[in-house]
Write a protein that binds this ligand. Structure first.
Ligand SMILES: Nc1ncnc2c1ncn2[C@@H]1O[C@H](COP(=O)(O)OP(=O)(O)OP(=O)(O)O)[C@@H](O)[C@H]1O
Ligand SMILES: [Mg+2]
Length: 563
């Protein structure tokens, strides 16, 4: 076949293949266009996940009658003027490809009316060819309606997943956009039913309340760190609020939701080892970096980005999220009623993700967070049920779970010893032969490295294995029972790939004081003082909360009200 230039219709179909993989990508492009047009209100109507119909109505600045046909041409955009603009992109779109790609593989109509003009104009057609031009009354803004996506590309149509899967993907994309733009009202219907209702929100938390429900949104911890030109802000779940998949792990870079495994990985690293295996936190992280330091032109769908200083961004995410875990305001308060909601720190600037919207809905915390890493639990009063240490400051009463508190203390202490290469190990007087099943032995084999780093030592001979040393912390424990417990713990589904932190959490848990154990005042004071100086004083190594608190201000209020 001789070389020839492809006709536009075919070029568009090929390009569409890259930009529009499925209804979710089409709806993402259309909503991004609406956002770029400065829309404050966006309505999306879907049928069959967007495959049969997707309609996006916005109140943005619209297009002029002359611009409208141009918008359907490839490489036509109002967002880039000069070559240099590509180096620092400030809009969500810039390739001038999305509309022609979508219209090239669907039956479409675009209706526009610019503000200040009376008449609207509608272009409609199919397969990228405009068949009709119609003057009509219209609302200011733009409406794009796309029907029968991929009707002329049967191969692509065949690759669509089940309607339920496509619907889920579409709603996920819309949720990410809604999370990225709290100030824009987004209403989505699917097959005539409301699917997402996100009114204009005062802040990130209020927006997440509309998307994830208030119960979850209330528990999210505020992240806010700006350093070396990278701002990391947003909300992350405490380690005990997780999901079985990564769907609710949202990362937004300069206002653009991205699906970037490396960024998600950084977030997960910050949680390690607080998360059980196969559990993922809810999180919305907003990164702000100099647009010149991010390349968004990596892929036609613009869903991944490349950073000039990727390592720095990674470190900033980890640091910002860890910092959030160490803040005082992560401690659940027993009083969450409106009584606790109205007080805000005098003269304090509203914290991002922590402002009025949340307060109205029954806010969480009555005080400004203390500086990081300084937990203050006041004076130890005593113990209840041989399980909780009770301490009080001038403002609050704390209940500390003695086991998990001690576990956290030991975890960080041993971590320090390992880092310093000074892990204390105790040789057993007699090697302890281990009577364990072949499966348990295989498991022990997998975990041997991390266990040995912690001070365990084994000798293997033929088909037998014996324990010859244990961490000093565990020297008074029965060695056989210890290994039995290790095999149980490390083999449980919550444990991930062999890692020192996992094994360490096991050792800390074994060595920590148990519940139902009476403690002397000195022991309690020791635990509380040691806990206060840990890096993560509020969660045990497995992610369980350690402390609960009651505000004395709340108690005062409550008692006065009752009397
Ligand atoms: N909802 C809208 N409101 C106002 N103008 C719009 C809207 N949708 C599209 N346009 C105009 O049409 C042009 C083409 O849109 P299209 O989505 O194809 O390209 P783009 O947004 O510039 O880049 P990209 O292909 O990266 O999305 C835009 O540059 C914009 O000027
Ligand atoms: Mg666009």
């Amino acid at each position: 076949m001789p070389i020839r230039k492809l006709p536009d219709s075919l070029v568009n179909k090929i390009a569409a293949g890259e930009v529009v993989e499925r209804p979710a990508s089409a709806v993402k492009e259309l909503v991004e266009n609406a956002l770029d047009a400065g829309a404050k209100t966006i309505a999306v109507d879907l049928r069959d996940g967007g495959a049969a119909l997707l309609r996006v109505i916005d109140d943005g600045h619209g297009m002029t009658a002359e611009e409208l046909p141009l918008a359907l041409e490839r490489h036509a955009t109002s967002k880039l003027a000069r070559d240099e603009d590509l180096a620092a992109i400030a809009t969500l779109g810039f390739r001038g490809e999305a509309l022609p790609a979508i219209c090239g593989v669907s039956r479409f109509s675009i209706t526009r009316r610019t503000r200040g003009t009376a008449e609207g104009l509608r272009l409609s057609g199919a397969g990228g060819v405009i068949a009709q031009r119609l003057g009509l009354p219209a609302e200011p803004g733009t409406t794009v309606e796309v029907q029968d996506l991929f009707f002329n590309t049967p191969a692509r149509l065949k690759f669509l997943k089940s309607p339920a899967a496509e619907t889920a993907a579409t709603l996920r994309a819309l949720t990410a956009l809604a999370a990225a733009q709290p100030a824009v009202q987004l209403r989505v219907t699917h097959n005539g039913r409301a699917a997402i209702t996100a009114p204009r929100a005062a802040d990130q938390r209020a927006r997440m309340g509309a998307l994830w429900g208030w119960e979850a949104a209330e528990r999210l911890l505020a992240v806010d760190r700006v350093e070396r030109g990278v701002a990391v802000r947003g909300l992350v779940a405490p380690p005990d609020l997780t999901r079985g998949n990564r769907d609710d792990l949202l990362v937004v870079v300069n206002g653009r939701p991205v699906r970037d495994p490396a960024l998600a990985q950084a977030l997960l690293e910050a949680y390690r080892p607080l998360l059980p295996r196969d559990r993922y936190p809810l999180a919305v992280l907003r990164l702000a970096v100099d647009p010149a330091d991010v390349d968004v032109n990596v892929h036609p769908t613009k869903a991944t980005v490349r950073f000039r200083h990727a390592r720095l961004v990674h470190e900033m995410i980890v640091a910002a999220v860890r910092e959030a875990f160490a803040r005082r305001d992560v401690v659940p308060s027993l009083h969450r009623g409106p009584a606790a909601a109205t007080v805000s720190p005098a003269g304090a600037e509203p914290q991002p993700g922590e402002t009025s919207g949340a307060v109205e809905q029954g806010a969480l915390f009555t005080e400004a967070p203390a500086p990081y890493g300084v937990a203050f639990f006041g004076r130890v009063l005593g113990q209840v049920q041989d399980t909780f240490i009770v301490a009080a400051s001038d403002r609050e009463v704390f209940f500390l779970d003695q086991h998990v508190a001690h576990e956290r203390v030991l975890f960080e202490r041993v971590q320090g010893q390992i880092r310093a290469g000074a892990m204390a190990s105790q040789h057993l007087l007699f090697a302890e032969p281990l009577e364990i099943s072949p499966a348990a032995r295989a498991l022990l084999g997998r975990w041997r490295g991390p266990l040995e780093q912690l001070g365990f030592a084994f000798v293997e001979s033929e088909d037998r294995v014996a324990l010859v040393a244990v961490p000093t912390l565990l020297e008074d424990q029965d060695p056989a029972r210890l290994i039995e417990a290790a095999v149980d713990d490390l083999g449980s589904p919550r444990a991930g790939a062999p890692a020192v932190d996992r094994a360490l959490a096991f050792v800390a848990c074994r060595a920590a004081v148990k519940a139902d154990t009476p403690l002397g005042r000195e022991e309690m004071e020791r635990i509380v003082a040691d806990l206060a100086i840990t890096a993560t004083p509020y969660f045990c190594p497995h992610g369980r909360p350690i402390v609960s608190r009651v505000s004395l201000a709340d108690i005062r209020k409550e008692l006065r009200r009752t009397w």
